[in-house]
Ligand binder design. Structure first.
Ligand SMILES: Nc1ncnc2c1ncn2[C@@H]1O[C@H](COP(=O)(O)OP(=O)(O)OP(=O)(O)O)[C@@H](O)[C@H]1O
Ligand SMILES: [Mg+2]
Length: 349
């Protein structure tokens, strides 16, 4: 299975997270995409843990019913492996190598920095473009991932009777969404920080000229929001989710839950950015863009903007797409659909 495949044919983007599976099916073109099917299905606790499939049966059951319920039509699929399981490296390779020579050379280079036996690893590469350092070289992006992690996704999708066309990395799926949104580009020379808030972990990606400059995961997510709700109102995790989805949250929700959560988020974003600054020549960013299902919280971007004193917006992958069904619900779910949307973009020209 190649991590980067060549064919272009509509695919269902399937994003599996520790809280839920998200699905998006796009048709049309990259300039004019149509969402023909979408859906979100919560996973039973423990089915997906530490960014990988922990209970294949439970994940398969949820995925199969989501595919049917969403009305997805094609049988092609794309999934994402968490970048926390991937090793990526940009290599400089002579421009005059043939395809076979390039493949051989990349495999030899890979031996130097992959800390696992090479037969336990799934390797793929993509020529990104001319090197900015050496005009006789191309930059080649090499991606390696433990074969056992990739195999779990292959088995899952094949059990659902789908044809797995792409195994991507979450970072590149989000990068593709970011690039599809012209409105997000930096208004200064500074890079943009994309902060994807999951349930159990978050992912900072720093974007410079539409490319990922830096990527890092941290153990913080909207699970903290659920913990705050459970503690404050003495409810179960399922009831906490219902409170979040409700249009009438408790009267003291903002002061008792949302404000403390935004303060935690501010600390996490600031800490993640400090790590980035200390590993780069940058000391500032242009703005922060948030994604993840918890971005449906009313006022989240504005609250964080005040605390961070930096412009904050919410990623809306559907902003230039036409949505065929459940439009209002899709608009609320949109920030959580980002990875699935970016995966489905792989199938469009
Ligand atoms: N309408 C909503 N408002 C606020 N929070 C929400 C809403 N819907 C879901 N959430 C919260 O968002 C989190 C799920 O987000 P998301 O689907 O992005 O996570 P995930 O991809 O499953 O997790 P991870 O990436 O950590 O594996 C849950 O903690 C859930 O409670
Ligand atoms: Mg996620």
């Amino acid at each position: 299975m190649k991590l980067f495949a060549q064919k272009t044919k509509a695919v269902i983007g399937i994003d599996i997270g520790s809280h839920s599976i998200k699905l998006v099916e796009l048709t049309g073109s990259r300039n004019s995409p149509k969402v023909v099917a979408w859906g979100v299905a919560p996973l039973p606790s423990g089915a997906f843990a530490e960014n990988s499939i922990a209970n294949a049966e439970l994940v398969a059951e949820t995925l199969n019913s989501l595919i049917i319920k969403s009305g997805a039509k094609t049988d092609g699929a794309a999934v994402a492996v968490s970048s926390s399981h991937a090793i990526t490296k940009v290599l400089g390779m002579p421009t005059d190598l043939s395809d076979i020579e390039l493949e051989e050379q990349v495999s030899i280079e890979a031996l130097h920095f992959i800390p696992y036996p090479i037969d336990e690893v799934n390797l793929d590469f993509e020529v990104i473009g001319p090197s900015t350092i050496n005009e006789l070289e191309n930059d080649v992006l090499l991606v390696a991932c433990r074969r056992s992690i990739v195999d779990d996704y292959i088995d899952l999708v094949e059990d659902s009777e789908l044809d797995l066309r792409y195994v991507d990395i979450d970072t590149y799926a989000l990068e593709r969404v970011y690039r599809s949104q012209n409105s997000l580009s930096s208004s200064s020379d500074q890079p943009v920080a994309l902060f994807d808030i999951g349930s159990s972990s978050s992912h900072l990606m720093v974007m410079n000229h539409e490319r990922v400059l830096y990527s890092r995961h941290q153990n913080f997510g909207a699970g903290q929001l659920i913990k705050l709700i459970r503690k404050e109102y003495g409810v179960s995790a399922e009831e906490a989710d219902e409170i979040l989805a409700s249009s009438q949250p408790p009267a003291d929700f903002v002061t008792a839950v949302q404000d403390p959560f935004v303060e935690m988020l501010r600390q996490e974003v600031s800490r993640a950015l400090q790590f980035f600054y200390s590993s780069s020549s940058y000391s500032n960013i242009d703005s922060v863009v948030l994604s993840g299902a918890c971005c449906a919280l009313a006022g989240l971007a504005g609250d964080l903007e005040v605390k961070l004193r930096t412009k904050v917006s919410i990623l809306n992958p559907l902003s230039n797409a036409s949505v065929q069904s459940r439009r209002e619900a899709a608009a609320v779910a949109a920030p959580g659909l980002s990875v699935a949307y970016g995966l489905s973009l792989r199938g469009l020209h």
